[in-house]
Design a protein around this ligand. Structure first.
Ligand SMILES: Cc1cc2nc3c(=O)[nH]c(=O)nc-3n(C[C@H](O)[C@H](O)[C@H](O)COP(=O)(O)O)c2cc1C
Length: 168
């Protein structure tokens, strides 16, 4: 178990990173990030997912071109495409793979590796590049890399009183 205060600080400190060092992530770190994905909870434990690790620079550049607000992923040493296998759990593959992305981002952060969720992209184009089919759901392509420059300032969050209520 992790100390609760340490855990909360860790969650608060994570930032989206869009600037990466030109340095490949070690195999050990990649494995840990994939393991964090593998140990994500999923509905009925169906694990309806596949993780595609893209290191090849030319291929990565092709994927970067499919991003709209995310061309910066070209500069990441590595991208992990998180794919939902629709038929393996048609009802929950979106939730399951979304949780995978969070697990991976947090694991990466603990390793000093920055990531940024890419939502703004041409998914069909990216799917084509990745050779995915109609039964595959491309959740996101997560760029990853050791952080270049300063960690961005904390982003704002809505006040807790505004977004929560307690029913006693
Ligand atoms: C579903 C989702 C889609 C996002 N899409 C993009 C995107 O296309 N490009 C980008 O640069 N950041 C994207 N982000 C990152 C958010 O802008 C970022 O998480 C938010 O501003 C809060 O900043 P923080 O992650 O540093 O706390 C996305 C985040 C989420 C959760």
């Amino acid at each position: 178990m992790i100390e609760p205060d340490v855990m909360l600080d860790f969650l608060k400190e994570r930032r989206s990173i869009r600037n990466f060092l030109d340095k490949m992530i070690s195999d050990k770190d990649i494995e840990m990030i994939l393991e964090a994905g593998r140990w994500t909870p999923s509905a009925s434990n169906k694990q309806p997912w596949q993780f595609i690790v893209i290191k090849n620079k030319e291929f990565l550049a092709k994927i970067a071109k499919t991003a709209i607000y995310g061309r910066f992923i070209k500069k990441a040493p590595l991208v992990i495409a998180i794919v939902g296998k629709i038929k393996q759990n048609p009802k929950w593959y979106i939730q399951d793979t979304s949780l995978v992305s969070m697990n991976m981002m947090l694991m990466a952060w603990s390793l000093g590796i920055g990531t940024c969720w890419i939502g703004s992209m041409n998914r069909e184009k990216a799917k084509n590049e990745l050779g995915l089919g109609k039964d595959d759901f491309l959740l996101t392509v997560l760029p990853m890399g050791y952080i270049k420059g300063d960690i961005p300032k904390p982003t704002l969050r809505k006040d807790l009183e505004k977004i929560s209520k307690i029913i006693d």
